[in-house]
Design a protein around this ligand. Sequence first.
Ligand code: ARG
Length: 381
Amino acid sequence: MNDSLLLNQAQSFLWQYGKENGLSKETIYTRQCAIKKEIESTGTYTHTIEEITFGAKLAWRNSAKCIGRLFWETLDVFDARDVKSQEDVARHIHHHIQHATNDGKIRSTITIFPAISSPQKVQLWSHQLIRYAGYQDQSGEILGDPASIELTRVAKSLGWQGEGTPYDILPVIFQWNEEPPCMVAISNEEVLEVQIDHPVNLDWKSLDLRWYAVPIISDRYLEIGGLLYPAPFNGWYMETEIAARNLVDSYRYNRLRDVANQLKLDTSSTTTFWRDRALVELQYAVYASFKKAGVQMVDHYTAAQQFQTFREKEEKQQREVKGDWTWLIPPVSPALTPIFHQGISNEELSPNFVKQKRPKLFKKISEMTESSRPTGCPFHS
Ligand code: ARG
């Protein structure tokens, strides 16, 4: 990035940071001058802990696709900019999972690794820190999560071996500087999972439906004032993410027909509305199972209500909430929530979470056979 663009972005973040935190004009100005000097002599600059903490919260507040933004101020921020080795990175990953999970009382958490302009770099290849593997055999048959097939291939060519169940937990894959990618094993013990049962139709065990408790997105950059940080972050689930998408999409676990059969619905025609009826029962089952297990989850009615409150609060501060309507409406009964009936303008504000480019090595490794696997790919426990 050229220096003057970076300086512009740095200064506009600083201005927002200062204004929202009641800093005097002189203080903001002094800090802006210091940043300018740092950029002129090093090509980049360093956020203070206060700046990066606030910046991460703003990135959440600005996330146009997120319905859960009412809680943006409660984000727990861990500064991991001082990692010196692969082991340090692995430690932070385990720490994030443990802190966020908190025995089911989920804490919104972000762990911030060094900016990509720093000499010590982490590149996270995993989409989420916790994710189920997906295997496709010669005949095209798929076991597990189809969304993970490519990453599972990468893990296997790096030497990982799954058990071959539909819910094998993938290791986290990351690259440290220019070294070959390495993996962090995520054990079953550190991952809280919920078995899905139906509170009334009690015979759901044989369906073998489950999901993990915490979605920790790890393949986006946190962008603050022109700096890009690899930074896994999480909130808690809304039931539709699991019960209308992950377990249901035809290109994911695709289990709706099994659920309908369990409910003994007539699946001979779509006009019996078996798909819609099974879908609603699955929302109920997933939500009830999470609650029963003591794992935090929000339903789409409460989430939509919270989003309304968030908009009102922001408007009181003279800030217009931006949003991506197509993402904000829930995939189940959208018109029963107020969000469906309102307009919202979509614009990407900064700070934010931005797309990360596919690492160059990724595709190459996913296409390798196990015998041609790169050597020197450490496995961290
Ligand atoms: N939809 C994604 C999943 O099902 C998670 C995205 C983030 N969700 C959240 N509630 N913070 O895994």
